[in-house]
Design a protein around this ligand. Structure first.
Ligand code: FAD
Ligand code: DLZ
Ligand code: SF4
Length: 512
């Protein structure tokens, strides 16, 4: 009797632990495109297309390796559209010794998996997801007894453990972190290489028509789809980054330019998160580029920190803190998400650009997510549930394990300071310094309050003032409160008046 091996849509790696010791003659691999997963939130069309196409290509590769596969397509007439019922169909047809599955990336799916053994009276072997570089147990051990869970210390430990960019026990170049060298704005005449574009093959074309037929009311454009859908293509994306962009990644990591959604970023989160790329190979490719002089240390360290540090840390926080983490709302924020997050219809040029690019590409780079889309949601006091849902829907790399700590922890400070030591709140000056968005904006970046002033400018002070009781003990913000307190009374009143009128315009659905 063989095993029933279930492979989920973000487990598309040939070395995934559920395939360890798999028997090509007796085991059956089940993969299914189900309504349950495709609609638990209304994912961006391109995200569904990426997962379905990558799943279909991966299944074909498994068949080429000799495995027996049961693959349920979304539009198959007998599709029952849930994991539980698709497994049930297999168990009705054949006896299996056990079900084997790699630990899912999301809490929601883990609860589903835990129900299988009681439901079917069969042993379910849930194996560790060894594709991550820090196990849940190692992260919990690292966190144990620490007052603060700062990414920087976790990252240093990971560098040491994996011997990445190390000179014995010390970091190469003498510093762990070169972030201060990574703050250059880009200019419009900067050379920015075009992103990798795959040509849709017959499988992808079939998926694209399926998505346009069944998910027409989901957010986002589909005709701009150009994602890699196989491991071979994803490796080309990685290679393209290492050869053409890594060199500039450090310097321009925080830069934003109108009409340049891809900048010098790697565009690999989609593939890392669904399993087409492995984090260690991306890290090693960057380290090799440094060793052979293709890229400077500030770029390579900056890139490696994102994957070895941030990505693993975020995943560790998710599993350490779930399920309560999804309910956090430190500031009791309750404003509804403004409609312009879906349409891009706003006079604020920075937000308009970032929303339109998100619609077009199911992608925005980190600083757009953090300092524009995220910063606005924080300052305007948007309900964390709604912000989380939006971020989970609109990006093709979004899975709750990575989206939730970034939104609840990093941008909204809704966890009260688990991920960030202070809110990433900022006025318009930062956006103006790091982008050219303000040049084409209806609002005036240099004005601090009043009808045509940049809303970020007054919302920033209003946010601090509104949440003073929650933040005034935070030593990292004490200076800002001192600055505020020194302002003349009439300036404070004008800021409060501008913020109040702007926020009520949002609530009324006015044009802002
Ligand atoms: P690069 O800038 O080239 O970075 C390389 C890699 O580092 C990324 O591919 C990613 O795997 C990793 N990385 C970098 N920053 C982070 C981070 N903060 N957390 C985890 N991994 C990181 N990333 C996701 O993969 N899925 C999400 O749903 C997601 N939601 C986010 C929401 C918000 C509000 C913020 C501020 C960040 C979010 N991120 C998310 C992190 C980051 O923005 C994306 O990983 C990155 O933009 C992906 O593009 P890239 O591959 O070009 O990344
Ligand atoms: C994101 C996604 C989508 C849109 N559809 C499916 C699907 O139909 N079948 C599937 O196995 N996986 C899908 N996924 C990825 C899953 O949501 C992902 O595997 C879980 O988040 C794991 O916890
Ligand atoms: Fe954004 Fe303000 Fe600049 Fe306009 S002026 S683009 S709203 S930061």
């Amino acid at each position: 009797m063989g095993n029933l091996i279930v492979i989920l849509g973000d487990q598309l790696s040939h070395d995934v632990s559920s395939l360890d010791g798999a028997d090509v003659n007796h085991d059956l691999i089940l993969m299914c495109e189900v309504h349950e997963e495709a609609t638990y939130v209304k994912h961006h069309k391109q995200k569904i297309a990426l997962i379905f196409s990558a799943m279909r290509h991966f299944a074909r590769e498994l068949v080429d390796r000799g495995f027996i596969i049961q693959y349920t397509k979304f539009d198959a007439s007998d599709n029952t559209h849930s994991f539980l019922n698709e497994i049930s169909r297999q168990l009705e047809q054949k006896s299996f010794e056990k079900i084997v599955v790699t630990h899912p990336s999301e809490y929601r799916v883990l609860q589903n998996i835990y129900s299988w053994s009681t439901h079917f009276q069969i042993h379910v072997d849930v194996r560790e997801d060894t594709r991550f570089l820090c196990s849940m147990k190692s992260f919990a051990d690292w966190a144990q007894g620490r007052k603060q869970l700062r990414m920087e210390y976790f990252y240093r430990q990971m560098r040491y453990n994996y011997n990445i960019l190390m000179d014995g026990p010390s970091p190469q170049g003498g510093k762990w972190n070169y972030d201060l060298a990574n703050r250059r704005p880009a200019s419009t005449d900067s050379y920015i290489p075009a992103p990798y574009c795959s040509e849709p093959d017959a499988i992808t074309q079939e998926v694209l028509s399926l998505v346009s037929e069944h998910f027409a009311d989901h957010f986002g454009d589909l005709d701009t789809f150009h994602f890699a859908v196989t491991r071979a293509q994803a490796l080309q994306v990685l290679n393209h980054f290492i050869e053409k962009r890594l060199l500039y990644f450090g310097d321009f990591q925080d830069a934003m330019l109108e009409g340049e959604p891809w900048m010098y970023h790697a565009h690999i989160s989609f593939y890392l998160n669904c399993g087409l790329l492995n984090p260690l190979e991306c890290i090693q490719a960057a380290e090799d580029a440094y060793k052979c002089g293709k890229a400077p240390l500030n770029a390579v360290e900056g890139f490696i920190r994102q994957i070895l540090g941030w990505r693993e840390y975020i995943r560790g926080i998710y599993w350490l803190k779930m399920p309560d983490y999804a309910e956090q709302n430190f500031f009791s924020a309750k404003r509804n998400l403004p409609e312009f997050y879906w349409t891009g219809n706003t006079k604020m040029n920075c937000l308009r650009q970032c929303v339109h690019e998100t619609q077009q590409n199911a992608y925005a780079h980190h600083i757009q997510r953090l300092m524009v889309l995220g910063n606005f949601a924080l300052l305007a006091g948007i309900d964390p549930k709604q912000v989380n849902e939006w971020f989970l829907i609109v990006y093709a790399d979004a899975y709750e394990w990575v989206e939730l700590p970034n939104v609840t922890g990093m941008i909204l400070f809704a966890d009260g300071g688990v991920v960030a030591s202070k809110p990433y709140a900022s006025g318009g000056a930062y956006i103006n310094k790091m982008s050219n968005y303000c040049k084409n904006c209806t609002y005036n970046i240099s004005k601090k309050y009043g009808k045509d002033a940049c809303p970020f400018n007054y919302l920033y002070w209003d946010f601090l003032q509104r949440n003073r009781h929650q933040l005034n003990k935070n030593p990292r913000i004490a200076m800002m409160y001192k600055t505020y307190d020194r302002m003349p009374q009439d300036k404070k009143a004008a800021i409060a008046e501008s913020a109040s009128s702007f926020l009520s315009n949002i609530d009324l659905g006015e044009d802002i």
